[in-house]
Write a protein that binds this ligand. Structure first.
Ligand code: NAI
Length: 315
């Protein structure tokens, strides 16, 4: 258990999730937001969510919900947030100019020991840290939604981020029970979205070419590949799928992989291909009407908890 102070900037969906992860591990958490109303809503929801997780037996950490909640406080003053914080997790909306202006404010206030990580899903850390005095202390720690149930965190350094900031973030994530991966250098889309977009592109092409319906193309993942990938990555899957391991796999199937890959065609233009988008939306909404999205998300999260437990046993 630690009593180190963690600052969180932005008390929306992701800021609250981080608050819960840090409090579960015994850190003192201070949440900062420009909107006081957001902070009071955040506190109410955190209190409710922590107790409801406890009732379901899904609360993380070794201390009770009420003790975790007591570790979380709020502030509307950035200079209070930065004071004696060992680490700050930034969770403001995904608008580059907003991030830039926040980081230049933080630059004036940050203490030497504080690492600042952005939750951004899209912006490489160099885009908002270049030119700052404290740029060595800034990087990305990108979670996947919902972070409480999905352990992956992508740590992405800018070219000037210090190795010790990377290492401290990595160790901190492990102390929360998250599973960090560290990119050796920044790249657009990081790793998760690069892989996710490759899948989305091919799924789009299969629907646009009228080869599979939305329900069926999703089944390929949810009833097939996804079950393997819930346990193993694609390379270990390949390693297990040939008698002589991964080298043998690529020797046997490499030719076919190249031949199929050559038929993929253009990257879909998902913004301009209105016809395919409308068809995908129509079929998706037949499967899950928009008014049921919230309920479906809640069900997913509930089952993710169980899957996470099973996965721990597997590991
Ligand atoms: P959100 O809109 O739910 O919350 C943003 C919060 O930031 C709000 O409480 C808002 O009042 C506050 N805020 C706005 N300007 C601020 C400022 N200057 N200083 C302090 N607080 C400010 O957004 P969400 O979804 O939590 O996203 C936050 C970050 O997390 C984004 O960078 C996003 O890309 C990233 N992320 C989001 C995921 C998601 O599924 N929503 C998944 C992974 C990362």
């Amino acid at each position: 258990m630690s009593s180190q102070k963690i600052g969180i900037v932005g008390s929306g969906l992701i800021g609250r999730a981080w608050a819960m992860l840090f409090a579960a591990a015994g850190y003192r958490v201070q949440l900062y937001d420009i909107l006081e109303s957001q902070l009071s809503t955040a506190l109410q929801e955190l209190d409710r969510d922590l107790h409801s997780l406890e009732e379901k037996g899904a609360l993380r950490g070794k201390i009770r919900a009420s003790e975790q909640f007591a570790l979380i406080e709020v502030t509307t003053r950035l200079e209070e947030l930065t004071r004696q914080a060992v680490y700050i997790q930034e969770c403001v909306p995904e608008i580059l100019d907003l991030k830039k202006s926040l980081y230049s404010q933080l630059d004036e206030l940050l203490e030497e020991q504080t690492v600042v990580a952005s939750s951004t899903s899209t912006f490489m850390p160099s885009l908002y840290s270049e030119g700052l005095k404290r740029r060595q202390q800034i990087l990305v720690a990108h979670p996947l939604n919902p972070p409480y149930f999905i352990p992956l965190v992508e740590i992405v350094p800018a070219p000037w981020t210090s190795p010790s900031a990377v290492e401290r973030t990595h160790d901190l994530m492990l102390s929360l029970g998250q599973r960090p991966v560290t990119l050796k250098k920044e790249i657009q889309g990081f790793a998760t979205n690069r892989i996710q977009y490759a899948i989305l592109n091919e799924v789009w092409r299969l629907v646009a070419s009228d080869i599979l319906s939305v329900a069926d193309v999703d089944r390929v993942l949810s009833q097939g590949l996804g079950l393997r990938y819930a346990l193993l990555g694609s390379l270990e899957t390949a390693h297990l799928n040939a008698p002589g391991g991964v080298a043998d796999y690529f020797k046997r199937f490499g030719g076919e992989i190249s031949a199929v890959s050559a038929t993929y065609g253009e990257t879909p233009n998902t913004q301009e291909d209105r016809e395919t988008l409308e068809e995908i939306a129509r079929q998706c909404e037949q499967l899950v009407p928009l008014e049921n999205l919230e309920e479906r998300r809640a069900t997913r999260d509930e089952f993710l908890t169980q899957l996470a437990r099973l996965k721990k046993q597997f590991e």
